[in-house]
Design a protein around this ligand. Structure first.
Ligand SMILES: Cc1ncc(COP(=O)(O)O)c(C=O)c1O
Length: 212
């Protein structure tokens, strides 16, 4: 990969702009023309894909060292989408210190889907191991927590998860890919509230979920 700072400025997507714009223009179009009957354009409908969103997703996937990323209108939407991969009867081990909105989503919404959780202090590897049940599917945590900034190293937890065939899902909001890239340490899915440090100026609500 290009040097991180170079990657930040240039990104992996060529703007390909007919007027030579050096940043990718924002495409508000919801619908795209088919050049001819039977030939599918790269983008046809904004909800399914859009050049601007594609550039953001490709950039975040590259910065996190992932294979793909999916952008959302908020961090909670990204978390909701990531958790929706599980099925009724599944169990997750989650950090005791996770963002309150995530905890409420699990306790008040996903509980209705029969998704159960055990909350543990993820700094204690033995406690995490002891919380794993036969139906556990993932370990979900924040390596630097909101709000107490408790630090959990990713690699040991990812190793433990892989030993048990579990996914490791990391909310990397408080670090950003500039400070940590959890996929490189063995995590499977990373989540960001892009509303925070990725956007940086308190005027954008966004979420993103890159995966390895
Ligand atoms: C660590 C963390 N994850 C997720 C969220 C939710 O993100 P959003 O507010 O963009 O929906 C927040 C918001 O404060 C957060 O701090």
């Amino acid at each position: 990969m290009a040097k991180f700072q170079t990657q930040l400025v240039h990104g992996p997507v060529d703007t390909n702009d007919p007027y030579g714009a050096v940043v990718l223009p924002i495409y508000p179009a919801t619908t795209y023309a088919y050049p001819a009957i039977g030939t599918a354009p790269q983008y046809d409908y904004g909800r399914s894909g859009n050049p601007t969103r594609h550039a953001v997703e490709a950039q975040l996937a590259a910065l996190e060292g992932g294979q793909a990323a999916f952008a959302f209108a908020s961090g909670m939407a990204a978390i909701h989408a990531a958790l929706a991969i599980f099925q009724a009867g599944d169990h997750l081990v989650v950090g005791k210190q996770i963002y309150g909105g995530t905890f409420r989503l699990l306790k008040e919404f996903f509980a209705r889907w029969d998704l159960t959780i055990t909350a543990v202090d993820t700094r204690d590897l033995a406690a995490v191991a002891a919380a794993i049940q036969p139906n556990t599917k993932a370990i979900y945590f924040e390596p630097v927590t909101n709000p107490l900034l408790q630090v959990t190293p990713v690699a040991p937890l990812a190793r433990l998860a892989h030993q048990h065939g579990l996914l490791t899902i990391v909310d990397n909001t408080f670090l950003s890919p500039y400070l940590a890239q959890p996929l490189r340490w063995g995590a499977d899915i990373v989540i960001h509230s892009a509303t925070k440090y990725l956007a940086g100026h308190s005027e954008v609500s966004a979420g993103v979920s890159p995966g390895g």
